[in-house]
Design a protein around this ligand. Sequence first.
Ligand code: AP5
Length: 214
Amino acid sequence: MNLILLGPPGAGKGTQAKKIAAEFKLPHISTGDIFREAAGSGSELGVQLQGYMSAGKLVPDELVIKIVKERLLRPDCGNGFLLDGFPRTLIQAKSLDEELAKENRKINKVISLTVDEEEVVKRLSSRRVCLACGFAYNLNSNMPKKPDVCDACGGKVIQRADDNEDTIRKRLKVYQDQTRPLIKYYTDRQVISETDGMKSPGDVFNNISAVLKK
Ligand code: AP5
């Protein structure tokens, strides 16, 4: 099963992707995680990537496409994959379809998570993430037991540089302008299912699972 999780920043893509990947045994490919890891290395490329992310801008298509193309060629993607945060532009979506078509593959399902803008601002302003395993906590609903220490792996829990209100609103605008058109793209291809991301994480997961098991 070749899957895409689509939705605005803070819709819960990362939270759901971890659960779906475990339940359906799919490699979870998050372009945001890949870029944050590269940024953390301090390389020249990493510094450039951090610049785009901190400004709430998209990383240029050519670079994103190259990285995802290489990742999809790894053997663990042979029986399917779960993309989280990619594609984000029509150019990325078309390029993905072209690459998959070369191997007689295609996207089987796109799960589109919907959530209100003000809820996004609330969720992301209070999000904290583990630097080591990427688990997302929330100061309002799901805090780590020890302050700043990940319950799961003991890693350091931090606030992402792009999780401030100003940048969150910029990211939402970028989503509306550049990513939202993908809903029509995948609706035309009859592979999209919309899921209400305002429900609790458990309910959202149950709804997605039901769609994927059909
Ligand atoms: P990326 O890391 O992909 O960020 P994003 O799309 O903005 O999404 P987020 O990670 O902010 O949110 P999420 O939907 O995963 O929500 P989460 O589950 O954490 O990308 C970062 C940057 O990298 C981009 O801005 C761009 O610069 C670059 N980039 C990445 N991909 C790119 C691409 N393809 N092209 C170009 N550039 C790219 O949940 C959020 C919070 O809400 C958490 O605290 C969580 O605990 C809580 N929460 C989750 N679900 C619920 C729920 N149901 N109810 C209540 N709270 C919930």
